[in-house]
Write a protein that binds this ligand. Structure first.
Ligand code: PGA
Length: 252
């Protein structure tokens, strides 16, 4: 089944206001009208409005990096799904390994966030992935299955376009140690099989599963040419126009 590649930049807690604006403009100059791939930028919350404003009317989508599950109220420092929706953003990254491992988010919390995001018709980019210890002890498939099944609990997925999954092995994030194309493909195939069991062939055949973890212009094309890899979630290499654009060009 044909799935358009999605190239997503996760800027994490990086860039100044002017750097974020400049990077957005450079990405638009290259991919603003590109129809062969989809491009998503996920800046820090504080730049969401600006990036969305600059990208409005182009083919560049804009998403947040996380959100809290309550709609509004006394939750100092948090951001809700309705707020993100009101900025005309389309995506929200959820369950990123840094949220799980640095900020202690559990599968249950990620599931609540998933529901909040679905209720606003935003598209979650649900991140899953094992640590190096979990891989070495052979638990990698169990861990990813739990993250996926728990994360999607109670989600009535009727359209594959309403979800993006990102497989990001924790040991490959920001380390320069990229998963081999075979390692990544093996897990992506497993995730697609799980989606087939839970949601059927129509959804599992169309849902996009991104790979994330030390993706660079030099390794992108081999990874993204694997059968079940439908794009990339890019951290470090998304912060510079030449490397982010280089990844997009490498897979055109
Ligand atoms: P990285 O990060 O590309 O810097 O490894 C990927 C991610 O955390 O999404």
């Amino acid at each position: 089944m044909e799935r358009k590649l999605l190239i997503a930049g996760n800027w994490k807690m990086n860039l100044s206001f002017s750097e974020a604006s400049d990077l957005t403009k450079q990405v638009i100059a290259e991919f603003g009208k590109e129809e062969r791939i989809d491009v998503l930028l996920c800046p820090s919350f504080v730049y969401l409005h600006t990036v969305e404003y600059i990208a409005r009317g182009t083919r560049i989508a804009v998403g947040a990096q996380n959100c809290y599950w309550e709609q509004k109220g006394a939750f100092t420092g948090e951001i809700s799904a309705p707020m993100i929706k009101s900025l005309n953003c389309s995506h929200v990254i959820l369950g990123h390994s840094e949220r799980r491992h640095v900020f202690g988010e559990t599968n249950e919390m990620v599931n609540k966030e998933m529901h909040a995001v679905y209720n606003e018709n935003l598209i979650p980019v649900l991140c899953v992935g094992e640590t190096i210890e979990e891989r070495k002890s052979g638990k990698l498939f169990d861990v990813v299955k739990e993250q996926l099944v728990e994360g999607l609990k109670g989600i009535n997925l009727d359209n594959a376009d309403k979800l993006v999954i990102a497989y990001e092995p924790v040991w490959a994030i920001g380390t320069g140690e990229v998963a081999t194309p075979d390692q990544a493909q093996e897990m992506h195939e497993y995730i697609r099989k799980l989606m087939n069991e839970n949601y059927g062939g129509e959804i599992s055949g169309k849902v996009r599963i991104l790979y994330g973890g030390s993706v660079k212009p030099g390794n992108a094309s081999e990874l993204l040419s694997q059968k079940d890899i439908d794009g990339a979630l890019i951290g470090g290499a998304s912060l510079k126009a030449d490397s982010f654009i280089g990844i997009g060009k490498a897979v055109l």
